[in-house]
Design a binder for this molecule. Structure first.
Ligand SMILES: [Zn+2]
Length: 233
């Protein structure tokens, strides 16, 4: 089994960073187009690897099918019964442009923008208000636990994001340093016995211009659902 903390495309360390590297969880039952044997994706993807991959189209079809789907049966990996069932995000497509699709949730104030090249961005109502006001939407700063592949040595608490990515040898998989500077990275904790780093990062989401323009108009009309947030992707 591949390590879920590594990029499922290139196999290098892949600390999650909204807008640049995200996780596909195994229970979403999305076929892994990069696996030599039939399997479902369970792990992180560098968006730069995704966009550079010849298989990105297969991923896009599978991923957007899951975004639209409610509870559905899907084929098992080897075609044997009984069929598997999964719960998709149940979102409705509200925009299709040359670069991306936009989906909305019918039950909570959530949106998703999916580039035709693969990367996806989750949006909250606050993001929608930011877009409407002409500001860049930022991902929330959730704490991410990430196991490091080797001992970082002292000083990890003082590292910034480019230093962490350089230590992991994957700086070239993420945005260039001048763009990374706009991400608000925060060291939270490091647990040496398990080499487990906890960090939080809030980053501007690089939405396609067409999505920002569409959502700006859409935001004028939108009435919040105001249900509790329970549809985390
Ligand atoms: Zn990669």
């Amino acid at each position: 089994m591949p390590d879920m903390n590594e990029c499922q495309i290139c196999g290098a360390p892949a600390p999650p960073l909204p807008g640049q590297c995200e996780e596909v969880t195994g229970y979403r039952l999305i076929r892994n187009p990069w696996s030599p044997t039939p399997s479902f994706l369970d792990g992180n993807l560098h968006f730069s690897c995704l966009e550079a991959s010849e298989r990105r189209g297969e991923f896009f079809e599978e991923f957007t099918r899951m975004v639209r789907a409610g509870h559905e049966q899907i084929d098992s990996l080897d075609g044997s019964p009984p069929p598997l069932t999964r719960t998709g995000l149940g979102m409705t497509q509200i925009y299709a442009g040359s670069e991306c699709l936009v989906f909305e949730s019918g039950v909570s104030d959530r949106w998703m923008v999916v580039r035709r090249t693969g990367p996806w961005y989750r949006l909250s109502h606050r993001d929608l208000l930011d877009i409407s006001a002409g500001r860049a939407p930022h991902s929330p700063a959730d704490v991410v636990p990430y196991p490091l592949p080797r001992e970082p040595g002292s000083g990890i608490a003082e590292w910034d994001l480019p230093e962490l990515l350089t230590f992991l040898g994957v700086a070239d998989r993420y945005a260039p340093p001048d763009e990374l500077e706009r991400a608000e990275y925060e060291f939270v904790d490091y647990y040496a016995p398990k080499r487990l780093l906890d960090y939080a990062v809030r980053a501007p989401l690089p939405l396609p211009r067409e999505a920002r323009e569409f959502l700006k108009g859409y935001a004028q009309e939108y009435v919040p659902v105001t249900f509790p947030d329970e549809n985390e992707a």
